[in-house]
Design a protein around this ligand. Structure first.
Ligand code: PLP
Length: 381
């Protein structure tokens, strides 16, 4: 549903944006790759930022209780999850939060579990601290769900950290309370820690229920650390601010050891935009989800009609579609072929796990016209 809150500028206007989505490729390419949305940013965020800029209010980031209070209010209303504002710590971005947590808990050579297909940087944050990625893939046959038994076996074999993606980029799976509770119990039994990246959570559709890992009982509280930000759902990734959330004394104690610099290196504008997002601009994202809901159905209908060889599914969350293009015979690097021949930029499946060479990720957070145009271009291949 179009509304003043989810307006998308014309392509010619979008092409003047300075972000990675609009700068990476030439003007003849339709960019459907990096996870940015084309909607205009919430007016409340724009007002907050404009006021700070106009008042030359651009110094270092000091204490900001507003963020913990806003997130705790949002989590209670949206997910019935009680967060103690004092257990919300600021971080530069989700990537920095993950890396700093790993620096504290991962020794060189230690294995950190991930569940492919999963967000590109999960494959880079772990080696950045000398850890080794151990992949326990999602189960495609059950609709890209977590393989809880395999995760339990990995913990039993001595793996001490799981980096969970909930909801899961790129397949949009929202993990269930049962799955998360079982993982928490297994992690606690084997003395492991679960770092749960929940950055896509506010973008969950009505037909699924997002469950925060830390809302899954005492085991989860004892072993879990949530890393998240408003930046994905309110589309402000360039502003650089995120949060680390804990629920138990044990995890609070661990997070207290992380460097102070994680706070200082966040941006003042980003932090206040986050407080505004989770508080006064909370409703904006719900309207965006309504528009994205229409887009996900539109994309699937377009694919069924024009790309019948492509296999995909309706994501439960976020604005990314995971396309199996193996029957299109596009060679070893389908995303490159699609870019070169159809002038549509998609993310190659191998960004999400080495075995996904015949997949591409399609970002549908744009207008229906752009989605149709991209599918039309690809269908001419
Ligand atoms: C699961 C996940 N985590 C983290 C990020 C990036 O977050 P940040 O820019 O705060 O590091 C993304 C970006 O798409 C993501 O999909």
């Amino acid at each position: 549903m179009a509304s003043e809150h989810n307006h998308i500028p014309e392509l010619s206007q979008l092409r003047t944006r300075h972000s990675s989505k609009w700068r990476r490729y030439g003007h003849d390419v339709l960019p459907m790759h990096v996870a940015e949305m084309d909607f205009e940013v919430a007016s409340g965020i724009r007002k907050t930022l404009a006021k700070m800029i106009n008042e030359s209010d651009l110094g270092y980031l000091g204490p900001i209780p507003e963020v913990g209070e806003a997130f705790s209010k949002y989590a209670a209303k949206k997910w019935h999850w009680q967060v103690d504002a004092h257990q919300v710590k600021l971080a530069t971005d989700v990537g920095v939060a993950a890396v700093e947590i790993f620096r504290a808990i991962v020794k060189p050579g230690d294995k950190v579990m991930v569940n492919s297909p999963v967000y590109t940087n999960f494959w880079t944050w772990i080696p950045e601290v000398g850890g080794q990625v151990l992949d326990v893939p999602l189960d495609r046959a059950r609709g890209w769900r977590l393989d809880v038994d395999a995760i339990d076996k990995a913990f039993a074999s001595g793996v001490k950290v799981l980096l969970l993606c909930n909801p899961q980029n790129p397949v949009g799976t929202v993990h269930s309370r049962e799955e998360l509770t079982a993982i928490a119990a297994s992690a606690r039994k084997h003395g492991a820690i679960v770092v749960s990246d929940e950055i896509h959570a506010p973008l969950t559709y009505d037909d699924a229920e997002f469950v925060p890992f830390l809302a899954c009982g005492e085991d989860a509280e004892k072993v879990g650390i949530c890393i998240t930000s408003s930046s994905k759902s309110w589309n402000t990734a360039g502003l650089k601010a995120a949060i680390v959330v804990t629920k138990s004394d044990e995890m609070l104690h661990l997070v207290a050891k992380l460097p102070e610099a994680m706070h200082w290196r966040a941006s003042l504008l980003g932090a206040f935009a986050m407080a505004e997002s989770f508080d006064r601009s909370a409703g904006w994202v719900d309207e965006v989800v309504e528009a994205l809901d229409e887009n996900r159905h539109h994309l699937l209908a377009e694919i069924a009609a024009k790309l019948p060889k492509v296999k995909t599914h309706l994501p439960q969350s976020t604005y990314l579609a995971w396309l199996d293009v193996s029957e299109m015979n596009l060679g070893d690097q389908p995303a490159i072929k699609i870019l070169e021949k159809a002038r549509v930029a998609l993310d190659p499946g191998t960004n999400f796990g080495p075995q996904f060479g015949q997949f591409v990720r399609f970002n549908f957070a744009t207008s229906k016209e752009n989605i149709t145009a991209a599918i039309d271009r690809i269908s001419c291949l």
